[in-house]
Design a protein around this ligand. Structure first.
Ligand code: ADP
Length: 210
């Protein structure tokens, strides 16, 4: 049996579930952590540089004294999303769960950097809705397919070309590039350090004085 939740964001939930408000406000958390949390949502082809950038950015934010956590595609698929594959339906559910986790981290005041191909525009829009427009920073890691294929850090393009992998983004599954991302970083022409500088510049208004 299902009914509407008290929390409009959640939509349909099981019966006998009530939304409880905590006693700590978002402003309290901002004051303690001295930052306005957001999710830097990296999207792009396999091999475009999402994981590399996510873990470097996480390290830099921590070095600067900010609470930050990187959520990476393969890592999440080892645990929370281990039951999901790569069909469109599973990819959508993968993104929904990640967005819910990112939202929780942001609610806790922590910056989140997500490194998922997230190839479908509609799924990223869903993530934006779950996380909130103010906190969702869509960042297109925009390397050309031939560059990603040349890098092929996990040997996946080779497998996909050999027909050993189905539903592979860019080869046998579509990638819908963002039309109007908050940031677009071309890792074919920019160094890792340059991309980090640009993201950090974008985040600076969210850092508070210590
Ligand atoms: P993804 O997570 O998007 O699949 P990875 O970060 O795993 O991509 O792999 C990207 C590869 O490209 C790494 O081997 C990285 O060292 C290399 N690379 C070269 N130039 C860049 C750059 N400017 N930004 C990010 N990665 C780069």
């Amino acid at each position: 049996m299902e009914e509407k939740s008290d929390n409009p964001r959640l939509g349909v939930v099981s019966t006998n579930i009530t939304w409880y408000e905590g006693k700590v406000s978002a402003a309290d958390r901002k004051r303690v952590l001295r930052q306005e949390a957001a999710t830097i949502w990296l999207t792009g082809l396999s091999g475009s540089g999402k994981s590399t950038i996510a873990f470097e950015l996480e390290k830099q934010l921590i070095c600067l004294g900010h609470a930050a956590y990187a959520l990476d595609g393969d890592n999440v698929r080892h645990g929370l999303n281990r039951d999901l594959g790569f069909t469109p339906k599973d990819r959508t559910e993968n993104i929904r769960r990640i967005a819910e986790v990112a939202r929780l981290f942001n609610e806790a005041g922590v910056f989140v950097i997500t490194a998922f191909i997230s190839p479908y525009r509609a799924d990223r829009e869903m993530a934006r809705t779950i996380i909130g427009v103010e906190r969702f920073i869509e960042t297109h890691i925009a390397a050309e397919l031939d560059i990603c294929e040349k890098r092929d850090p996990k040997g996946l393009y080779k497998k996909a070309r050999a027909g050993q992998m189905s539903d592979f983004t860019g080869i046998s599954a579509p990638y819908e590039a963002p039309t109007n991302p908050n940031l677009r970083l071309n890792t074919g022409t920019m160094t890792v350090a340059e991309t980090l500088d640009e993201i950090l510049r974008h985040l600076t208004p969210r850092f508070r004085e210590r």
